[in-house]
Design a protein around this ligand. Structure first.
Ligand SMILES: C[S@@+](CC[C@H](N)C(=O)[O-])C[C@H]1O[C@@H](n2cnc3c(N)ncnc32)[C@H](O)[C@@H]1O
Length: 139
């Protein structure tokens, strides 16, 4: 098993506490951490033809950042993979997710029920994206 984590601010904002916890749990060798912005690291991974079975998205919560993370993940994940998206209560996150559900046939597997903090599990499409250029569903 291989787990890849992307966080450019692990050291500067969090004093490496996440990496220290991985070490304390004895699982540090399973995790590769990239101290880079996801909007830069994910396209590099696409260029290397990396593939992943699952993704958890909880980085920058601005609409454009989440949209771009999901754009590159759709190219990195195996068909029909699950992506969990945190903080869906934020309109920016919810709207980004809605694009993929309405336009790319991603499906909703499960949502949290807590009133304050929402997450959603999406399943990516298992068929290739063959939309014509005129295709667009508002989201
Ligand atoms: C809401 S926290 C969530 C952290 C972790 N998933 C957790 O639950 O404890 C958001 C994280 O995204 C990171 N982040 C912010 N902008 C980012 C970006 N552009 N690319 C990758 N990570 C980013 C922050 O440094 C922070 O660690």
């Amino acid at each position: 098993m291989r787990h890849t984590a992307i966080d450019p601010f692990q050291t500067s904002r969090f004093a490496d506490v996440g990496l220290q916890l991985l070490k304390a749990a004895g699982v540090e060798q399973l995790v590769v951490h990239h101290a880079e912005l996801s909007e830069l690291r994910l396209p590099a991974m696409v260029g290397r033809a990396d593939r992943f079975d699952f993704a958890f998205v909880d980085g920058s919560h601005r609409f454009d950042a989440v949209f771009v993370d999901l754009f590159y993940l759709s190219r990195l994940l195996v068909p029909g993979a699950v992506v969990v998206l945190d903080d869906l209560q934020l309109p920016s996150v919810a709207r980004a997710a809605a694009f993929y559900v309405n336009n790319l046939e991603w499906t909703i597997e499960e949502c949290s029920t807590s009133p304050e903090h929402h997450w959603i599990a999406l399943r990516t499409s298992s068929v290739p994206d063959e939309r014509p250029f005129g295709h667009f569903v508002d989201f």
